[in-house]
Design a protein around this ligand. Structure first.
Ligand SMILES: Nc1nc2c(c(=O)[nH]1)N[C@H]1C(S)=C(S)[C@@H](COP(=O)(O)O)O[C@H]1N2
Ligand SMILES: [Mo]
Length: 198
């Protein structure tokens, strides 16, 4: 029996094709300047009653707070394990302003026109959250302060930093990277990286 360090390592738990790397900011464009006093989060599109809901920062902070331990996976093969995200469960926001039954998709939008398409089922995952904290500290601007979507089972591009809105959609539509050759679903465990795999 061998006692080498290799044998004592934790079992591999990264999704296929990923390797461990430290978290560093990865995004398109500049880090926006945001003022929490005028900030709001909007839920719109095909909602159950056709209404648009605006949540101020105070409204958002009145919702439940959870912590989720989740690895981060960029489609560029970099993964960072063991991050602890804190924030509002996405389900709490969906309950406040639910989609119409036919609206099974959505756009999650951020500052500067970045958006990702998701399914309502992705949002309803108990591990999906609108994160305000990372490893016990408020998010820093480079990592999405004040609010960032975290969907642990999807690649990082599906989690807009500087999150501003959910728009429910009654038919599927492709977001920023999904329009540029990346996969519609982006499930890390199924290694859904590119549109040509669909
Ligand atoms: N608004 C916005 N959010 C974004 C991106 C972006 O370009 N703009 N990049 C995404 C990608 S591709 C990844 S991998 C993660 C990176 O998160 P990090 O900067 O905290 O490492 O943010 C995601 N969220
Ligand atoms: Mo990424």
């Amino acid at each position: 029996m061998s006692d080498s360090l290799d044998d004592l390592r934790e079992p591999a738990r990264l999704p296929p094709g990923q390797r461990e790397a430290p978290l560093r900011p990865i995004h398109y464009g500049r880090v926006p300047r945001i003022d929490l006093d005028t900030w709001s989060f909007t839920i719109e599109g095909t909602t159950v009653d056709g209404s648009r809901t605006r949540l101020s920062w105070t409204d958002l902070m009145s919702l439940p707070h959870i912590e989720v331990r989740a690895d981060h996976h960029c489609v560029s093969h970099r993964s960072t394990a063991g991050l602890v995200w804190g924030g509002v469960p996405a389900r709490a926001v969906v309950d406040l302003a639910p989609p119409a039954p036919e609206a099974r998709w959505l756009f999650a939008s951020a500052a500067y026109g970045y958006h990702a398409n998701l399914t309502v089922d992705d949002l309803l995952s108990p591990r999906t959250l609108l994160a305000t904290h990372l490893d016990g500290e408020p998010l820093v601007p480079e990592h999405g302060w004040p609010l960032r979507l975290v969907v642990p089972h999807l690649y990082g591009w599906k989690g807009p930093k500087w999150l501003m809105a959910f728009e429910y959609l009654a038919s599927p539509r492709r977001g920023f990277w999904e329009e540029r050759g990346y996969h519609f679903n982006g499930d890390v465990w199924r290694e859904e990286r590119y549109a040509h795999q669909e």
